[in-house]
Design a protein around this ligand. Structure first.
Ligand SMILES: [Mn+2]
Length: 312
């Protein structure tokens, strides 16, 4: 029998450079209500405490901005995700920015510390920067790096101070049993990648990480790509799926912090949801980076409601 789905709102957004992603989950709820997507509105919704800092104040760590908040949000999200899985439910995490994935994956690892966890990361970006390589200091671009736990010192450009490095190590080892790394690079598959810095792709190539760019998806078809990804991860006991809406083409909507041209189509995204949401190995499914402040007519949230409702 399929597990009951629980929606977890994780509103942290200070991992992004722009404001507004914390409103993504409520924008989605609003559209689910408008479109009478009852499976979504009638599901149980739980909310992680809001650790966003809305005050304009000096940034303590220029290469890991708002990491204090990221750590708090990571711990709180991990607890709720862990509890949900322990209750035999399947969490659908609607998160603000992509740094929340650190918390969700931490929660999954807390519950299954000794099993092999695979990740399918559908995104325009690799999110493989570390404080040592980041050009922006925004932690949403470091989420996967924190999970595989490779600082990429070979490509070091920045000189974070000792305190910043300590905070970064705290983030990577978050969770009561401080498991790090959370993910092995061989257990990771990217889909939709098309925008990254050289330090990130060097790290991905160094670890031989499997990745599918949109041209390949177009050529072989999303069905074949998803089957190949599942096949590649067939030795993993569980799967964590992270769907960043910027994996899709900006023609679908611009309602996200960092839209990138030539992305996945809505049909491709529908196949991702249909194939992976109810896959028996999927223990948690995250949807992230919906930013209604950057949108018009809430188009991105509408599109995501349709994707989620059709696959539910
Ligand atoms: Mn991302």
């Amino acid at each position: 029998m399929e597990k009951e789905k629980i929606i977890i709102e994780a509103p942290f957004e200070n991992g992004a450079g722009k404001r507004g992603a914390s409103l993504g989950p409520s924008a989605l709820y609003h559209e689910a209500w408008n479109l009478q997507a009852h499976q979504i509105t009638e599901a149980a919704w739980e909310t992680v405490e809001d650790f966003n800092d809305i005050a304009i104040r000096p940034v303590h760590y220029p290469f890991s901005k708002h990491i204090e908040g990221v750590i708090k949000a990571t711990k709180a999200t991990a607890l709720l995700v862990e509890k949900t899985i322990a209750n035999h439910k399947k969490p659908i995490i609607l998160s603000g920015d992509h740094s929340n994935a650190i918390g969700s994956v931490t929660g999954v690892k807390q519950h299954f510390p000794n099993t092999r966890l695979g990740v399918i990361w559908i995104d325009a970006h690799l999110d493989l920067h570390s404080p040592f390589t980041t050009p922006s200091g925004n932690i949403h671009g470091m989420a996967m790096n924190a999970l595989i736990g490779d600082d990429n010192i070979i490509c070091q450009k920045n000189q974070p101070d000792a305190d910043a490095i300590k905070q970064w190590h705290l983030l990577k080892s978050c969770g009561p049993s401080q498991i790090t790394p959370k993910i092995q690079p061989r257990d990771l598959v990217y889909i939709g990648i098309r925008d990254y810095e050289s330090e990130e792709i060097q790290l991905a190539e160094h670890h031989g990480i499997k990745l599918f760019r949109p041209e390949v998806v177009k050529k072989l078809g999303m069905n074949a790509i998803l089957q190949e990804a599942l096949n590649y991860l067939s030795d993993c006991d569980h799967l964590y799926i992270s769907f960043d809406v910027d994996s899709m083409d900006p023609s679908i909507s611009r309602g996200t912090g960092t839209p990138v041209d030539d992305g996945l189509s809505l049909e491709d995204a529908a196949l991702v949801f249909k194939t992976l949401l109810n896959n028996p190995k999927t223990v948690a499914f995250e949807i992230t980076e919906i930013n209604p402040l950057l949108d018009s007519e809430n188009a991105m949230a509408k599109a995501v409601v349709q994707l989620l409702d059709a696959a539910w």
